[in-house]
Write a new protein. Sequence first.
Length: 277
Amino acid sequence: MGKFPTAFYGTVSQGGAEGNGLSNIVGMTFPPSVIPATDVERVLVVAAHPDDIDFGAAGTIYGWTQAGIEVAYCIVTRGDAGGFDDRPREQMPIVREAEQRAAAAEVGVKDVCFLDGYSDGAVYVTHELRRDLTREIRRFRPQRVVGPSPLRNWERIAPSHPDHLAVGEALMRAVYPDARNRFAHPELLAVEGLDEWTVPEVWLSGGPNPDYMVDITDIFDVKLKALSAHVSQVSHLGSSGTDSLEDMLLGMLGANAAEAGMTPGRLAEAFTVISTR
Ligand SMILES: [Zn+2]
């Protein structure tokens, strides 16, 4: 692990369901996170758009690749509705795919796949999306899957982009039951030879009341580099009175750490960890 302390993965804050009890009152939310497995060899990270992974989890993923864990990305769209500049719109998916591959390289991830046939802003929980995510799970056979929360976060609007909610729900349906049921999407086995696979653990990002915090303070510079690779999405930050990318991240990650009761100045990425055995 080198410079990563053993506590790197282990800070669980129980401010939610077992803390003040509020999450039981506000309705649909997650149970307290489980303690993550320690024998993970492969992690599949699924996202709706280029840059989602880097905002939510790039620091955590760098910790994993540094520890020798193999990480693959599957991104459902090429972010064709994103961006802030005047370039011809047909260039955007090409630019954003290249940006995502560069960002992945910053955190030690080479295996990056983009699904075809899905448009930014128009992702729905369809049978086809479940099949395509099932295919990636059966192909990579991960012990852990990371993805967007299918539950809406009512406190902040941006993490609950409808594409994120749709990918989160389709992903959970792929994890259970599709990937582990050899009779689901029978063409995957019959034509492509992809046998069933059970994913035992899922990490969700962007949902309500996340209670599993990963301290990324010491590798913040790597996360900042990964996000900076998304030039078309972040280069406008810091001009005309907006926060710079760095300030925005420090605010967001510092708030996560404070929520978990970490020492002031620490930075954390926030998840909910679900057992899907
Ligand atoms: Zn997104």
